[in-house]
Design a protein around this ligand. Structure first.
Ligand code: ZN
Length: 243
């Protein structure tokens, strides 16, 4: 049974492995909630330092560029909360107690009603950071909600009402989105200009056709997610209630 639309949250936190993962996974949903007044915050686990095919790239410059692209993408989603970075090395994210604590502390500080993250159980997923980010997200929600975890944080525990996992193995929930939110998602994804060649498949010589094809792929994904619930467009999630 597929559910549609959680209660619109006042605060939401989306957690992604790399700059751009959040927009791919739940950008239209975040844009929808932001329009309704939700304080949307983003947490990116890694520094994006592997995100180029240029073997001679200036890595420090790439990291800085990807952080500013992420901030611009958040603006394009209408996210007025915070954009935070754990700053772990791209490709080397690990499920450690230290990172669980760091993530739980951010959840306790931002007090989101809904947390969104990667589904770590998606089978045959190639990228280890997506798996690690998913496990960290789930483990951090548990640590944030119970008072005897990480007492050294010195701040109150916080229990989110819902956890929504994107790019998921077994979707059972759809957030309804409209064309305006899909356009916001596309605009946010296009803020990640450093990823045009490697992820978006938009070459430097593009005359607009490749960018249009990219947009079409995003729209089609929202269309097929919406179909799960008989809606024109949506984004699909595994919903974890009773957090
Ligand atoms: Zn990624």
């Amino acid at each position: 049974m597929t559910t549609v639309d959680v209660a619109g949250p006042a605060r939401a936190l989306a957690i992604g492995a790399h700059p751009d993962d959040i927009e791919f996974g739940c950008g239209a949903t975040l844009a929808k909630w932001a329009t309704a007044g939700c304080e949307v915050s983003l947490l990116v686990c890694t520094d994006g330092s592997k995100g180029t095919w240029d073997a001679d790239a200036d890595i420090a410059a790439l990291i800085a560029r990807r952080q500013s692209e992420q901030a611009e993408a958040a603006r394009r989603l209408g996210a007025v909360g915070e954009v935070r970075f754990l700053g772990e090395i791209d490709g080397e994210l690990e499920v450690t107690m230290a990172l669980r604590g760091a993530m739980a502390k951010i959840i306790r500080e931002l007090r989101p009603e809904v947390v969104l993250g990667h589904d770590p159980f998606k089978r045959w997923r190639l990228h280890p950071d997506h798996r690690a980010a998913g496990f960290l997200c789930m483990d951090a929600v548990v640590a944030a909600r119970d008072p005897h975890f990480f007492g050294e944080h010195g701040i109150g525990h916080h229990r989110p009402a819902e956890l929504l996992l994107f790019e998921c193995e077994a979707p059972d929930h759809v957030e309804r989105v409209g064309e305006a939110q899909i356009e916001a998602k596309v605009r946010a994804l296009l803020a990640h200009e450093s990823q045009f060649e490697s992820t978006h498949r938009i070459s430097a010589a593009d005359d607009g056709a490749e960018a249009a094809a990219f947009r079409d792929r995003v729209v089609e994904k929202c269309r097929s997610a919406g179909r799960r619930a008989g809606l024109p467009y949506g984004e699909a999630f595994k919903r974890v209630e009773r957090v």
